[in-house]
Design a protein around this ligand. Structure first.
Ligand code: ZN
Ligand code: ZN
Length: 212
């Protein structure tokens, strides 16, 4: 598995290109824009972007879907509970300084926790982690987890946006993410990568010295 980080748009969102080395099939975790950068990265590996796997529906993570779909025909996934955010796409695009184009088209809504998608010889496992938004998910592939805005390096996602809940976020991280193996590498939606073990030990929102 190859993981390439591509930082896009004025929110500095980490988009991740995950490539199955054997089949060259690839998935883009979130599509926030700067599609040329994404396509050039894919080209470098001769990879074919088959899927866009959205961690959640916020505009900074979905603003590039239309263009990517047009150029690659990739199939787009999002958890069903964030569909309402896509409904507000045009308003949010204007408020947050994105091009006010049509709302992205979602091909398949993820409905259940544990939903799996095959990517070449890799298996992508979905964990529903509400809190930052109702339909936030994390994707686990081998020893890597793509966390969106749920868990950051020594921080957590904000919960004051529509559909956010601090209680749910805490529950998702403590009872779902922190049950994963310590050596799982965590790739968040913004900022530096980390690991489950590091966050269990040093994330100031949890543990003995926790703020909650
Ligand atoms: Zn977000
Ligand atoms: Zn974000």
């Amino acid at each position: 598995m190859i993981v390439e980080t591509i930082v896009v748009n004025h929110f500095q969102v980490n988009n991740y290109l995950v490539i199955c080395e054997k089949t060259k099939e690839a998935a883009l975790i979130d599509a926030g824009g700067d599609i040329d950068k994404v396509l050039n990265t894919a080209k470098k590996y001769n990879a074919n972007i088959k899927y866009v796997l959205n961690t959640h529906g916020h505009v900074d993570h979905v603003a590039g879907i239309c263009e990517l779909k047009e150029k690659t025909g990739a199939k787009v996934f999002l958890h069903k509970d964030d569909n309402f955010l896509i409904g507000h796409y045009k308003d949010h695009a204007q408020i947050y300084g994105f091009q006010k184009e049509n709302a992205p088209e979602i091909d398949e809504f993820i409905k259940e926790d544990g939903f799996e998608i095959k990517l070449g010889e890799l298996v992508v496992k979905t964990i529903h982690t509400p809190g930052h938004s109702k339909g936030s998910v994390c994707y686990v592939i081998d020893n890597a987890m793509f966390a969106g805005d749920t868990l950051f390096c020594e921080s957590v996602g904000r919960t004051d946006l529509p559909g956010g809940s601090y209680e749910e976020l805490k529950d998702s991280i403590e009872n779902k993410l922190f049950t994963l193996s310590d050596d799982i590498k965590v790739y968040p939606g913004h900022g530096a990568s980390t690991s489950i073990g590091h966050e269990k030990k040093y994330n100031p929102f949890f543990g003995k010295s926790g703020l909650i």
